[in-house]
Ligand binder design. Structure first.
Ligand code: ZN
Length: 160
């Protein structure tokens, strides 16, 4: 069944059942756990704490019962605090964005924000399914003993 959801100035049409199928058959492991780069390892080590409760409830409403991100990437650290890294990433769902394509949410002084997007790494995805994404930004600490200046990121070889 298709439903619609409005967030801020954006509106999506989505299909919960199809999305549940997507996470049952295709997205069975979180993206950060598929990649061996050190940035993803840092994210994976704390991924259960990264997403706010409210965000997890929002994902559930879309049919994402098991919050497995499709892919994350590290924007690297800000000069003001080398221990905090800014990460971006996507959660996919079956649906389409029907209003507010360019209404990206700004992070500002917050540690987490999200919005809908139609732009995400899709080279390894089936073309016949209509997919849309929730993009997020999160400030999280660097908790690994290694420093962050090594190893290349990429499950699909694509870096945004
Ligand atoms: Zn990686």
């Amino acid at each position: 069944m298709e439903s619609e959801l409005c967030v801020g100035q954006q509106r999506v049409r989505f299909n919960c059942d199809a999305t549940r199928g997507l996470y049952r058959d295709l997205i069975t492991v979180p993206g950060s756990e598929c990649c061996t780069c050190i940035s993803c390892k840092n994210f994976a080590a704390q991924r259960t704490k990264v997403f706010p409760e409210e965000f997890l409830r929002f994902l559930k409403e879309l049919g994402v019962d098991r919050p497995r991100e499709w892919e994350v990437f590290d924007y690297a650290f800000g000069p003001e605090n080398p221990h905090t890294h800014l990460y971006g990433g996507w959660f996919l769902f079956c649906g389409e964005l029907i209003e507010g394509l360019d209404k990206k949410s700004e992070l500002g002084a917050r540690t987490f924000t999200h919005w809908f997007t139609t732009s995400f790494p899709a080279s390894t995805l089936p073309k016949e399914v209509k997919l849309c994404a929730v993009e997020f930004l999160a400030r999280i600490p660097w908790i690994l003993p290694e420093n962050s200046q090594s190893s290349a990121h990429g499950k699909s070889g694509s870096k945004p």
